[in-house]
Design a protein around this ligand. Sequence first.
Ligand SMILES: [Zn+2]
Ligand SMILES: [Zn+2]
Length: 256
Amino acid sequence: MLVDSHCHINFPELAGDLEGVVSRMRDADVTHALCVSVSLETCPEVLAIAERFPNIYASVGVHPNERGGAEPTVDGLVKLAAHPRVVAIGETGLDYYREGGDLEWQRDRFRTHIRAAQRCSKPLIIHCRQAPEDTLAILKAEGAEEIGGVMHCFTETLPVAQQAMAMNFHISFSGIVTFSNARALREVARDVPLERLLIETDSPYLAPTPYRGKTNEPAYVRWVAEQISEIKHVGLAEVAKATSGNFFSLFKPEAP
Ligand SMILES: [Zn+2]
Ligand SMILES: [Zn+2]
């Protein structure tokens, strides 16, 4: 049994074939998935998917690269998070790769999410791209340790992973660990203990090898699990058991 801890099956690449997505999950022994929100405008469709499928959970939040939509507030996020299918706040964080200039607005938005997560006692889903120092500094300054969460689609170094783990965060690896040029990341994955590790697809993007370049979907999280099993020299069943157990103890979903 495997769990995809981060996907976007509400995106147009997958939204038209949700029955197919869920049935291919079943065929691949992927029992659950977490559909992550990226904007307030698309939160309702994410919540609708989680209402329709008992094995798909939801998060609420606004992605750091999202521009032009409604800006989240602490109160607004807390209200959305009261929905019984919502298990986390995010995705939030910092992305200095796709945005330039004065990014104080991005850091403010990040702080808003952390405060909302603290108010509703739900873990954070953190997106961090080319901004590890500021991400860790803000998590620390805001006391995010009390709430914890996950550094999703992790591509940073081992010291960054260790600092995040010291603040009560899990580390989630995507299909990037299967890419031939990701040797350094595989070494990080080898050194992250299984009890802190999650796996994800971030679908529809980042399809793992052998599907690289194609539309990704939650069923393919199996390929991430197999890569982790190879890197760590532990059986696939052990990787599955640990990562699924971590998912449920971190997100604590309510029974449907
Ligand atoms: Zn992300
Ligand atoms: Zn994402």
